[in-house]
Design a protein around this ligand. Structure first.
Ligand SMILES: Nc1ncnc2c1ncn2[C@@H]1O[C@H](COP(=O)(O)OP(=O)(O)O)[C@@H](O)[C@H]1O
Ligand SMILES: [Mg+2]
Length: 302
């Protein structure tokens, strides 16, 4: 174990998962190589549309024939299940308490996508210990081979709870709205990603724009400052138009892509999903080894 880990958070995993083996039926077997894409959807400011984006992109990916898993990582205030009209009996708090396994809490949403629901109103879950984070990620790792893409819907902000989930993903999509406060908070998030977690790149998705070129303009403004002050490259992923039908969908607990497939926002979600699936996955650890421990792999901890 070296002290080089940029996050200093999940570092001692290597001692537990060092050999990257897990026991199946009492026999030690080498973990199969996963090809799943792991994409964290995150933001500096809250209320910019992360959960709506995860739900709609997840659905759009299922329409492209992909197997989708979504982790609601807004652990204290998770609401993905509510947005999708699901009423799960168990959630991640039961996994963390050791009462349920990750497979026990899986629920199925629109298009057949699988969801790992979070709890709401349990404040302690917003401050998971290192062991608890490892527990969640280790369990999650057991599902990764069964899906094509895993979306992680994070809480807002730059707390270690949020940032550690971002650090475990291969790709980080920062969601921003055209409001100046959202843009400055996105910059703050990128700064922490770059300086504390040594992330070299992320993608920018601009939500709730009034016109398509507004997204490019937000990207240009952010790019100007990240280029000048940070060692992180940002790639423009696109924009999602402001569309009242997104909120109408939320009120009836159905996603806009399902309820109004021809709505302008639904078309944006489809386009973004196609664009992501056409892009080569970023940051794949060499040889496609265990996804969740990419930082450990990259830093030669395992
Ligand atoms: N493209 C959009 N157009 C209009 N309203 C949107 C759009 N995206 C999200 N919203 C609305 O913004 C609010 C916050 O969205 P939510 O997905 O919960 O954000 P977050 O997860 O970032 O807190 C919700 O009321 C949602 O309906
Ligand atoms: Mg949310």
């Amino acid at each position: 174990m070296s002290a080089k880990d940029p996050s200093g958070k999940v570092i001692h995993l290597s001692s537990r998962l060092g050999r990257r083996e897990h026991r199946i039926g009492g026999k030690a077997e080498k973990k199969s190589k996963s090809n799943a894409r792991v994409i964290a959807i995150t933001s500096g400011k809250g209320g910019v549309g992360k959960t709506s984006i995860v739900a709609n992109l997840g659905y759009a990916f299922t329409r492209l024939g992909q197997k989708v898993l979504i982790l609601d990582a807004d652990l204290g205030l998770g609401n993905l299940d509510v947005l999708l009209g699901l009423a799960p009996r168990y959630n991640l708090s039961h996994v963390i308490a050791g009462e349920k396994s990750i497979k026990d809490i899986l629920v199925t949403g629109p298009g057949g996508m699988k969801i790992l629901p979070a709890s709401s109103g349990i404040q302690e879950l917003t401050q998971l210990t290192r062991e608890q984070k490892i527990q969640v990620l280790t369990q999650l790792d057991l599902l990764i081979d069964e899906v094509d893409v895993l979306f992680i819907d994070t809480a807002a902000g730059i707390s270690s709870n949020v940032m550690d989930f971002n650090a475990t993903a291969q790709e980080i999509v920062v969601v921003v709205s055209p409001e100046p406060t959202s843009i400055t908070d996105a910059y703050a998030l990128m700064k922490v990603l770059s300086m504390k977690y040594a992330e070299k790149g992320c993608k920018l998705l601009v939500n709730m724009t009034t016109r398509p070129d507004e997204g490019r303009e937000v990207f240009r403004q952010l790019h100007l400052v990240t280029d000048k002050f940070l060692d992180i490259s940002i790639e423009y992923l696109g924009c999602i138009l402001h569309d009242d039908r997104v909120t109408r969908g939320v009120k009836s607990q159905k996603i806009v892509s399902q309820l109004f497939p021809e709505a302008s926002a639904s078309r944006c979600f489809k386009d973004i999903a196609r664009r992501i699936s056409a892009m080569p996955p970023a940051n794949l650890p060499k040889g496609g080894s265990n996804l969740f421990w990419k930082h450990l792999v990259q830093n030669n901890f395992v």
